[in-house]
Design a protein around this ligand. Structure first.
Ligand SMILES: Cc1ncc(C[n+]2csc(CCOP(=O)(O)OP(=O)(O)O)c2C)c(N)n1
Length: 551
């Protein structure tokens, strides 16, 4: 008869959960011991819980199934919350196993005792403290099923130590997963009619609608009706590049998003949320849906996205229409002054086939979508919940999910420092990750935000809160100290050579790219014009932006 932990391990593996990103403590020791009873379970040690949770997020985005995390009580879970928040916003399945004190120990309120359920609830709609060894595996199977959804979500199973060590564990099987419902025929019919009505219409694609089959279906709808295709501002995973349909991402800056959406009569949501401004700003609207535009839902996150889109294509008689696809086109090798834009250009120039880009480049990545749109097909994973410190961990998970694909993590220096320990896991697991740190020695985006919120006075003390230059961060030293080969690039040539070499050599690499802030000084004042050059905006729209936003 297995103990609780051994039966739990079996249950997870049988349910398809075969990777566990762990940072354990004493209350999880039986779970740790049980790892050796399950050869199919890969256990990946992470040196901070935020790395474990971000890695589970990245893994599930690419593997299309959940990984487990193993976290130590309320404090360990709390350390992992920011990246669980990103997973929640991205509707990504994650199964947290959080150890707890043995049930008879709780009343003593020992040092690490805390209310774990309360910590979990903010990110995890499904939370359960398993009450007995006999019930444990049924709870675990339910957690996996709930996490898969759709919609994908975070499920948290709290595992008291005595439930884990108790005898009498009974492995359980995953309950049947009912197929997600299709949008009603009436609703699809109504959407087909309005798309053919001749107004200005658009589809807003999110979640699973940004994968190739859904993109192709959406592109057929666009070809038939003239509807525009938008993507959510921070997609969970978008498949893009040469040979795939193009979608314009809604801009982070609400001023620009408003211009993108201006004049729409109908906006059709496909596994996406109606667009809102990232933050509130004095005197500005939070809801980005323009006045006079009606919002419709073709597929909610709980519905079958692909079949709903296919039904719309069939209803429009568009199944045989050729979708508009991106042609293969790469930028030339960059030259001249070393800037963040040159890095994006070098990436467009060199990106290997089937790369996975984890984009936490912040201000430095503004030109990335444009400069990679015709690169060989690739996936982009973005900061779905805006909680920084996600890029390096997410790359760990993506590389474990797809060991045969190159992973490129693009990370701002400020963002990198939240979860820099991820480098150690990359080295230990010998993951094919190239990490590019945009070392602009600043929280540059916050300089922009300082302007945008209309703060009355900006003095030296305020500016100092956004400055990372003193002392300068040595990412080469940090990477080498954790076993990751690293180089510093201070010129465009050095960067291109370093990136090329890193892509050609297996295992992890870090490039500490010392670049000026992409948006500082003059550029800060010219920001609206810089925004105007974003991905594939028609010239007329660019002119409108300049008119509306010029300082
Ligand atoms: C968990 C969390 N803490 C703080 C923030 C606020 N924040 C947003 S961007 C940012 C700075 C990012 O700096 P960096 O990664 O260097 O990119 P840059 O702005 O320089 O392009 C901060 C601190 C956040 N979004 N999430």
């Amino acid at each position: 008869m297995p103990n609780g932990a051994q039966a739990l391990m079996r249950t997870l593996v049988d349910a398809g959960v075969t990777v566990c990103f762990s940072n354990p403590g004493t209350s999880e020791m039986h779970f740790v011991a049980a790892l050796d009873s399950a050869p199919q379970m890969r256990a990946v040690l992470c040196l901070f819980e935020g790395v474990a949770t971000g890695a589970a997020d990245g893994y599930a985005r690419m593997a299309d199934k959940p990984a487990a995390t193993l976290l130590h009580l309320g404090c360990g879970l709390g350390n992992g919350l920011a990246n669980l928040h990103n997973a929640r916003k991205g509707r990504v399945p994650v199964v947290n196993i959080v150890g707890d004190h043995a049930t008879h120990h709780v009343k003593f309120d020992a040092q690490l005792q805390s209310d774990i359920e309360t910590v979990a609830r903010n990110v995890s709609p499904w939370v359960r403290t398993s009450q007995s060894t006999a019930a444990l595996c049924r709870d675990a199977a339910e957690a996996v099923a709930v996490s898969i959804g759709p919609p994908g979500q975070v499920a948290t199973l709290i595992l008291p130590a005595d439930v884990s060590w108790g005898d009498g564990g009974v492995p359980a099987v995953l309950p049947p997963l009912p197929p997600p419902p299709l949008q009603s025929a009436d609703a699809i019919d109504a959407i087909a009619r309005l798309l053919q009505s001749g107004g200005r219409n658009a589809l807003l694609l999110g979640g699973r609608a940004l994968r190739e089959p859904a993109l192709v279906a959406a592109a057929r709808v666009a070809a038939r009706t003239g509807a525009k295709l938008f993507a959510e501002v921070f997609p969970t995973r978008v498949e893009r590049g040469a040979g795939l349909p193009h979608v314009e991402r809604i801009a982070y800056f609400a001023e620009l998003a408003a211009v993108q959406l201006a004049g729409l009569d109908n906006l059709v949501l496909v596994d996406a949320k109606s667009p809102v401004s990232f933050f509130a700003y004095p005197g500005k609207k939070s809801d980005l849906v323009p006045d006079g535009c009606t919002v419709h839902t073709l597929a909610s996150p709980a519905q079958d996205v692909q079949r709903s889109l296919d039904a719309l294509v069939a209803r429009l008689g568009a199944a045989d229409l050729p979708p508009a696809l991106h042609k293969p086109v790469r930028p030339d090798r960059p030259q001249g002054k070393f800037t963040a834009d040159k890095i994006c250009k070098a990436i467009g120039h060199l990106l290997p086939e089937r790369a996975i880009i984890v984009d936490e480049a912040q201000t430095s990545g503004v030109m990335l979508p444009m400069l990679t749109s015709g690169a060989p097909r690739h996936d982009v994973l973005t900061l779905t919940g805006g909680a920084i410190g996600q890029g390096l961990p997410c790359a760990v998970g993506a590389a474990i999910a797809c060991p045969d694909r190159p992973v490129l993590a693009l990370v701002g220096d400020g963002s990198a420092m939240y979860t820099i320990q991820a480098l150690w896991t990359m080295a230990r697991e010998q993951l094919n990750v190239v990490a590019v740190i945009f070392n602009n020695r600043s929280y540059a985006i916050l300089n922009v935000e300082l302007q945008r919120v209309g703060a009355a006075e900006v003095g030296a003390k305020a500016r100092n809160q956004l400055d990372l230059g003193s002392p300068a961060l040595d990412f080469v030293g940090m990477a080498r100290g954790m076993g990751v080969p690293a180089v510093r690039a201070t010129t465009t040539d050095e960067f291109v050579l370093a990136l090329d070499a890193a892509f050609r050599t297996p295992g992890p690499h870090l490039i500490d790219a010392v670049v000026p802030s992409a948006i500082s000084g003059l550029k800060l004042r010219l920001l609206p014009h810089v925004l105007g050059s974003l991905e594939r905006l028609p010239a007329s729209l660019g002119r409108t932006i300049k008119r509306k936003l010029a300082p």
